[in-house]
Ligand binder design. Structure first.
Ligand code: G1P
Length: 297
């Protein structure tokens, strides 16, 4: 049986320039969908999948992220004195057990592969997960949990996968399929952000990975790849040349690209509609503006 996955890396060092000016002083991962920061969705998903150690790869200016997962004695005391137990309960999800969370600095923006490599000493010789908080996935069973269950059967390396429009291939790691088994896809190659005409398929990597520690060794050897950055995709593809398995996993759920403004807005509407206390008002408002829009056309 495959070794248990208990550690996850969260690469959160990016500058978030697509969301300037907001990200001038607020880390992108603290931006909220309804009332929870992006990073909270990622942490909750990791917890549901059995992750016990949370490793953040950060950079300058990400202090708000560290504070977010810390106790807030003044705020907690205030809520306690006012008997606001419901709010205290909500805050509980933001607290981490002592020693369960670690922060590593990525000193230079050298790419996703480099960010993951920065955490190598904390991972050691164990399989590990990587979660990109920009990719928010709404699912009945959280995506990483689905993947851990698949991984317990297959071992090797598993990346979340989803079909994308051919013209979008230059925004993703793209998979070269050896055998399509439906949910699980055996991979024979991977390429980072190829041009549409060079893409081996329409199956893209989404930001959830379960990887063998060997991928970290591959990263030791890597030179910069696509966009001049050290690519995680290349280090996973190197597994194939060493005869180790890589699978794509077609997860069940809806993925939102919260690294883009349009995706972020879609996620906001969708997560708002999923909240019983917001649903009716939001739905009525959306219908109203759709009608006004139609009438104007
Ligand atoms: C990263 C990965 C890419 C993957 C994508 C998923 O790219 O490098 O392989 O398909 O995440 O969101 P980024 O979007 O960070 O440029």
């Amino acid at each position: 049986m495959a070794k248990k996955v208990t550690k996850a890396i969260f690469p959160v060092a990016g500058l978030g320039t697509r969301f300037l000016p907001a990200t001038k002083s607020v880390p992108k991962e603290i931006m909220t969908l309804v009332d929870r920061p992006l990073i909270q969705y990622a942490i909750d998903e990791a917890r549901a999948a059995g992750i016990k150690e949370f490793i953040f790869v950060t950079s300058r200016g990400k202090g708000a992220l560290e504070d977010y997962f810390d106790h807030s004695p003044v705020l907690e005391q205030e809520l306690r004195s006012k008997n606001k137990t419901d709010l205290l309960e909500i805050l509980k999800n933001t607290n981490m057990d002592s020693g369960a969370i670690a922060y590593i600095r990525q000193h230079k923006a050298l790419g996703l592969g480099h960010a993951v490599w920065c955490a190598r000493r904390l991972i050691g010789n164990e399989p590990f997960a990587v979660i990109l908080p920009d990719d928010v996935i709404a699912a009945e069973k959280p995506c990483l949990q689905q993947m851990v269950e698949a991984y317990n059967e297959t071992g090797g390396n598993i990346v979340a996968a989803m079909e994308v429009a051919p013209e979008r291939s230059s925004s993703y790691g793209m998979l070269d399929v050896e055998e399509d088994r439906g949910e699980l896809v055996k991979i024979k190659g991977m390429v980072e952000k190829p041009k549409q005409e060079d893409s081996p398929s329409n199956l893209a990597v989404i930001g959830r990975y379960i990887l063998s520690p060997n991928v970290l060794k591959n990263l030791n050897q890597l030179k910069s790849g696509s966009g001049g950055e050290i690519q995680l995709t290349d280090a996973i593809a190197a597994e194939l040349t060493q005869n180790r398995d890589v699978f794509g996993y077609r997860f069940k759920g809806q993925r939102f690209d919260c690294g883009s403004k349009a995706g972020f807005l879609q996620a906001t509407v969708s997560f708002g509609l999923a909240r019983p206390e917001l649903r009716d008002d939001l739905y009525a408002y959306l219908q109203e503006i759709m009608q006004v829009d139609k009438a104007a056309q």
